[in-house]
Write a protein that binds this ligand. Sequence first.
Ligand code: SAM
Length: 247
Amino acid sequence: SSFGFRDVDAREKVKMVRGVFDSVASNYDLMNDLMSAGVHRLWKDAAAAKLNPRPGETILDVAGGTGDMARRYSKMARAAQARRGGADASVIVMDYNAEMILAGVHKGGEPEMSWSVGDAMALPLPDASVDAYSISFGIRNVAHIDKALAEARRVLKPGGRFLCLEFSRPTTGPIRRAYDAWSFHAIPRIGQWVAKDRDSYQYLVESIRRFPDQAAFKALVEDAGFSRVSVTNLSGGVAAIHHGWAI
Ligand code: SAM
């Protein structure tokens, strides 16, 4: 019957859509690994440790992509909960690209995680509603950094923590030279081979160059109203963590 065919059709479509999100997520992960030589995993571990997720907290991960940071936060909050009790944490992954969110859902979550679509420059959350805000390799892509920082400040409760993990400036000559060779020559080629998309990866390298260095970004975070802002360089400043407090 035609009903039967339509039924099969729908199931085929679901399979196809899953396949697309599967490849979005796995391509994305593969590119991250290739471009950072696997080191982005260690940077993310360091950033999650710095954020120090605790039981009962509401943690917002903006530009959360497929949920790499949120998975870490969930596991860490749960481990702390197993040691000393407390309520379940709530970890919100927010990204303005619904495809990334769907790819993340498909990749799988933790019980503490929830997913939602939203823009860093206009967060769909009330004032003073989260204990910690994080943005990992996301703020560089936001059109108005000051707006995103103001939104972070707005949604954080008094005493809340802000954390940003982003590419930054290598601090010594030799690291800078190695990094320049890697980013100008290797990354666009890897982008061409793996993603068949040299231009996007060329753009990526340029966006890293244009992004403010450690001191300039620290000043922006302070201008947004954060206190005791600290900078932690990773891999000699190839990436950096900026951490601050909403007082
Ligand atoms: N945080 C993830 C990680 O560290 O693996 C993903 C980083 S990915 C390089 C950048 C993400 O930022 C993308 O998923 C993109 O959709 C998201 N993004 C860019 N601009 C955004 C904005 N204005 N609001 C929310 N998400 C944004």
